[in-house]
Design a protein around this ligand. Sequence first.
Ligand SMILES: Cc1cc2nc3c(=O)[nH]c(=O)nc-3n(C[C@H](O)[C@H](O)[C@H](O)COP(=O)(O)OP(=O)(O)OC[C@H]3O[C@@H](n4cnc5c(N)ncnc54)[C@H](O)[C@@H]3O)c2cc1C
Ligand code: SF4
Ligand code: SF4
Length: 466
Amino acid sequence: MILFETIFIYRNIHTPFFLKHADRHEEITLNNNAVLVVGGGIAGMQASLDLANRGSRVYLVEKSPSIGGRMAQLDKTFPTMDCSICILAPKMIECFRHPNINLLTCSEVQEVAGSAGDFKVKIVKNPRFVDDDKCTGCGVCAEKCPVKVPSEFDMGMGTRKAIYMTFPQAVPRITAIDEDRCLYFQKGVCKVCEKFCPAHAINFNQKREETTLDVASIILATGLKLYDPASISEYGYKRYKNVLLSLELERLINASGPTRGELLTPSSSKHPRRIAFIQCVGSRALQKGLPYCSSVCCMYATKEAILIREHEPTCEVYILYTDLRVFGKRFQEFVNTARDERKVKYVNGRVALIVEDPTTKDLLIRYENIAEGKLSELRADLVVLCPALMPREDNKHLAEILNIGLNEYGFFETKDSLLMPVETNVEGVFVCGYCQGPKDIAESVTQASAAAARAAEIAISTITGG
Ligand SMILES: Cc1cc2nc3c(=O)[nH]c(=O)nc-3n(C[C@H](O)[C@H](O)[C@H](O)COP(=O)(O)OP(=O)(O)OC[C@H]3O[C@@H](n4cnc5c(N)ncnc54)[C@H](O)[C@@H]3O)c2cc1C
Ligand code: SF4
Ligand code: SF4
């Protein structure tokens, strides 16, 4: 028999910082076991919502000031071409409002003890220097703050202030002070934000807080990072202004991005006439980079090419690929639409070198034309690199404290990749999303639901003694 009891939801938490959201929750009836989800991207959010909707208590731990992950940075999503933030934002808000989810942002897992059904997890919450209870998200502090720094969310192409909200739709809507950039923390002067905040929410004395959670199972969903192609000097990334990364392009064509969605070349702020995408930058590489296929790049390059043709109908778009990794009817149809209707030009070519014209800043791409078996050249005024996607460094620490396996590239290992695709070698610890291996949003969501189902089984069997 499954036991249910009526409890106050903060009963098994030991420190006061979670109580700050107490006004949003009421006394509810729930299963007395809890699940920890690490990472608030689309995979972690989906797992949290599935669990919460079936009555489990969820602690969703996100290390940055907002949930959303990479999907929040995307303009549109393949293959549906939905506006990414439009489908993501309702899920973010649902996670925030759900009575069974405790959202712990600016937080990280420090230690784990115990075993399946009875894990004790030490969480560290880093200070925002803004009181969660008082901040209304009005943004006056950021408006008045005199310090401008590159915005990580906009891939360094736009700016934010030293006190900031990561992006306009951030959840929770609470600002945070970047201690390393703030004049008060660095030089002992300023406090302008404190002076102007109408809610008196600024608190320069906030400290790191620690708490221990009791959970039955754990789901890891720490996502992906981009390979830095600066190490492949032939491509000129960081040396040539008009060589961009795919995620930088997503921000450039986004209406809330640094150019308000207007696609302009960084060197001249003019509309580009010819853009070339280069696939497999550091992926499937024998020498520089990683040998595996990042799985989503052929599809997102096609998506970005379609979007460019929509934004700039006179701009030519080329995709230079080694092998086009497009599987299934739906994805093939997507590429066919790009090629036949949007006139995107797919070239089977392996790029050897990019050279910048010092006067025009145009880029001359030298490549091996695989189909024609000869060396060819293409001139473009913007080059978009599609870099390998990799697991985050964080996986190492988590694998160590949880005693779970990582593969040679740093992805979390599952017990059996064929038949147990969410179970790790430690009972009660599950994985989902890109941190387990390359996958798109739909696959991340599917794996998250599978991980949630398995994590819930542990919680229930603990209660029933099964
Ligand atoms: C340029 C580009 C375009 C793309 N376009 C598409 C597309 O159109 N369609 C599609 O299906 N897919 C697309 N993808 C792939 C898609 O982004 C991923 O499939 C998806 O983001 C994976 O979600 P995730 O939740 O696993 O990881 P993420 O989105 O990376 O989220 C992980 C979260 O975990 C947090 N985190 C990390 N470490 C910790 C820690 N130690 N503690 C707490 N929190 C932590 C991170 O801050 C982050 O919020 C694209 C990818 C790129 C790079
Ligand atoms: S800290 Fe104050 S000024 Fe800044 S967003 Fe919050 S309430 Fe507004
Ligand atoms: S104290 Fe820091 S965060 Fe506040 S306004 Fe000054 S520089 Fe900005």
